[in-house]
Design a protein around this ligand. Structure first.
Ligand code: UN1
Length: 494
């Protein structure tokens, strides 16, 4: 561990502070970090504003160079940062590395984007006039991130914000400050090679709700990108909106898969197991509801019970482990309580036993729960590996079930029937921000816009044109004639 902290340059930061950081692997303290004094936030916000005044005038491709260097440094640090993600967030080794790869991917994307912040030209109704759109930097961007993707979600936001000309203030989860400090050190290496970035371009604020509240309340921060629970989003969203800031919210999901009669069940089983138990069910895209046609239900459930029975649960660093610990025992308690409630609502539970694998860690068998209907507990997101299973007869019924929850992040259908697949992704199909065919709901690539509707919050991050959320649009009308005609035929002669 000391070697790891040295390699990432965080050894000095990971001792002596007031916030105790525990590894979910065994509950042991792995570091103490200093929290940010809430009284220091004002200075931090001022520094971000000063950095903005410089950074917004740096040409976007040059801004992209910083992100290119960050991508290079992340490549060099991938094994170490991945190992730290495993240590601090409890992800299995492959998923820890995958998270860092996601950071590298968004850096590559943002570098290309730094030469493609395109606007439109628009036909003017007036002779000798031209209309166009210009995209300008917006200002400091606050990033409030969650424990489950402790570094990738920051990088989605930071890479885009930086090429778009915005400074970043990052408030990571209190459960994962070490990966945040390490990411800042890695960024520091890129900044040193870059040379002339303004001080305060990217800052880290570690601490509890009072830190987040300052960022949410400050009108000097036009963009607040927040990832976490719907409960958190209900507080952050309205507060940012009330000061006419721009919230980018990525909140709870309750993601479903429909398995149709024609589905390739071999593929479906693999997709279900990865998306329901990967990251111990702690992705916002994790599969939580299986809506399976009655004709294939018994076979599929039988195969899933078998597959779940062979899952290796334990130390996420060990070769062959597929299910690591939950983030903490409170999270495991919530899973146990949800399973009790599911039983009370008529469910039959397979698995879900607490595992005393490594003492001090919150290990538990992932659970499959056959439900008679989509009851109250199924409509809630429990951030743990619980997969509720329900049956259906017609596709309309399946789509209605899938859409009948308050969340709208990710969804998918397994079918070899073209009509069903197209119906699922049509206007009357899935109401989610992500709708897939023959792949699971989790593990999205960074090239697409990421986010969802309803209680998921409506924000979009990562690929496609999500960058527009980090810039302000300006409409320009240029008159190159020697007359001054008014629009809409208005006459106003003086
Ligand atoms: C999250 O859980 O907040 O699609 C993000 C996925 C990952 C990102 C998840 N690429 O599962």
């Amino acid at each position: 561990m000391t070697d790891l902290f040295n390699a990432l340059g965080i050894a000095d930061d990971a001792t002596g502070g007031s916030l105790s950081v525990r590894s979910p692997i065994d509950g042991a303290e792995i570091g103490r970090v200093r929290t940010t004094d809430p009284a220091a936030m004002e200075g931090m916000i001022l520094r971000a504003q000063e950095a903005f005044r410089v950074w917004r005038e740096v040409p976007a491709p040059r801004r992209g160079e910083l992100v290119r260097l960050l991508g290079e440094e992340l490549r060099a640090a991938k094994a170490d940062l991945g190992a730290l993600v495993t240590l601090e967030a409890g992800k299995i080794t492959s998923e820890g590395l995958g998270e860092v790869q996601e950071m590298i991917d968004i850096c590559d994307f943002a570098v290309g984007l730094s030469r493609q912040l395109y606007g439109l030209t628009i036909a003017s109704e007036r002779p000798g006039h031209r209309m166009m759109e210009t995209w300008h930097p917006m200002g400091p961007c606050a990033v409030i991130s969650a424990f489950n993707f402790p570094v990738a979600v920051w990088s989605w936001n930071a890479a885009l914000a930086l090429v778009c000309g915005n400074p970043v203030i990052w408030k990571p989860s209190e459960k994962t400050p070490l990966t945040a400090i390490a990411s800042m050190k890695i960024l520091g290496r890129a900044l040193a090679r870059f040379g002339d970035a303004p001080e305060g371009l990217v800052q880290l604020a570690i601490g509890g709700p009072e830190i987040g509240e300052t960022l949410v309340a400050s009108s000097a921060i036009p963009i607040v990108s927040a990832t976490g629970s719907t409960r958190m989003g209900r507080i952050v969203g309205p507060r940012v909106a009330a000061r006419f800031g721009r919230p980018i919210l990525e909140l709870g999901g309750n993601n479903a898969m429909i398995v149709a009669p024609s589905a390739d069940l071999d593929m479906a089983v693999r997709a279900i197991v990865f998306s329901a138990v990967g990251t111990a069910g702690q992705r916002c895209t994790s599969l939580r509801r299986l809506i399976v046609h009655h004709s294939v239900r018994d076979e599929l459930v039988g195969r899933l019970v078998k597959a779940y029975g062979s899952l290796r649960i334990g130390d996420p660093r060990a070769e062959g482990t597929l299910v690591g610990p939950l983030i903490d025992t409170a999270s495991r308690d919530r899973m146990v309580a949800a399973l009790d409630r599911a039983r009370a609502e008529g469910g039959t539970v397979h698995g879900g036993q607490v595992v005393e694998g490594v003492p001090g860690g919150a290990y538990i068998q992932p659970a499959l729960v056959e439900m008679p209907a989509q009851t109250g507990v199924v409509c809630e997101e429990t951030f743990a590996p619980i997969l509720y299973i329900m049956g259906y007869e017609t596709l309309d019924e399946a789509i209605a079930l899938q859409n009948a929850v308050p969340q709208g992040l990710s969804s998918c259908i397994f079918t070899l029937n073209l009509r069903e697949a197209e119906a699922f992704v049509s206007a009357a199909g899935s109401d989610c921000g992500i709708a897939n065919v023959n792949i699971g709901p989790s593990g999205a690539e960074i090239g697409g816009a990421f986010g969802g509707e309803k209680e998921t919050g409506g924000g979009r991050e990562s690929g496609s044109d999500a960058w527009r959320g980090y810039m302000r649009r300006q409409t320009n009308t240029i008159n190159w004639s020697s007359a001054l005609p008014l629009a809409q035929g208005v006459r106003f002669d003086i």
